[in-house]
Design a binder for this molecule. Sequence first.
Ligand code: SF4
Ligand code: SF4
Length: 372
Amino acid sequence: MFFHLIMTGECNLQCTYCYGEAVKDADVGFDDHNIDYSLPKTINYHIEDLKKFCLQDPECVLTFYGGEPLLCTEQIKEIMNRVPAKYFMVQTNGLLLDQLESEYVNRLHTILVSLDGDETLTDHYRGKGTFRKVIRNLEQIQNNGFKGELIARMTVAEQTNLYKQVTWLLDNNEFSFNSVHWQLNAGFWRDYDRRDFKKWLQISYNPCIRRLCNHWANQMEKTGSVPRLYPFLGIADSLINGEKTLLRCGSGWKNYTIQTDGNITPCPAMWGMKKHYVGNILYGSPTKLKQIHVDEPCNSCDILGICGGRCLYANMTKRWTQNQYSLVCNSVRKLIAAVTENMPRITRFLKTGKLSKEDFSFIKYNGCEIIP
Ligand code: SF4
Ligand code: SF4
């Protein structure tokens, strides 16, 4: 099982699509979700209890999460010293990566670092100077011996040209990534009416998906390796193996979140939603937690088996109306169609031995939600 450990609810950035939207949404409550607004700022459970909880599952993977988890380096080190997880991962904005000693950084299996693309775009969304500081830290951890997977985790919204930014992240003079995941800023806040989402999706994002997917397959042909563009990778892996999927981020069935008070929720975005708690590290068992799955409209959707339902949080909280959200679903269809169109080429690469099935495999539920 996979667990996000919320180390703190605090963050050292005020990104437009997270903090900015939260401020604008402050008066739009979640009354029907029975929110606990008094959660401890940092973990207040005993690490020994977390250890006992994880020991019940030899496959237990822990991902440090926040807020910004690296505001809590001492607790992270203590957990890494005492809890025998199969892997440790972190999802971070990268600003404090230089604060965690390399003996710990180098034990991380995966680092997901929030970057939205090049310097101009990242600093636009995340604040001036963010990009430069993060890149300096990434260079430092690599120089200090980090050999795990480093994933650029983009949030994409109206200022993003997806094709331009993803291809830049894959190949540039500053710091190139082999692994990129992107997530649409959609359905998270009651923000639809104050945005230009529909127009951007139609004239920019959707066309970019197809172009980028073709570029992805071209790169395979050219280099004989598979760039780890997670939205494409996850769908292609399912198509190659003929698998149906449940929610691809794993929330509510394979991937849960442990809050700072030890209560367990299906996903990090459901922090404090008492109605959806599924247990506590003191009395829950990692492999026997209650499962929660997406509801309508996904249950009646003809592509549920390949989409998986996109986002349990969006499905449950319905911050966007069905009409508004259908734009996102339409875009999911275009993503799946783009990968499907490239499958004959990919099948040929597999048949001729240019690529193997393993080139498309990845650790599922590693924090990449696959369906943006
Ligand atoms: S495309 Fe939309 S409705 Fe269909 S399964 Fe995915 S999120 Fe649910
Ligand atoms: S995709 Fe939705 S349900 Fe899954 S982790 Fe992200 S917010 Fe939670």
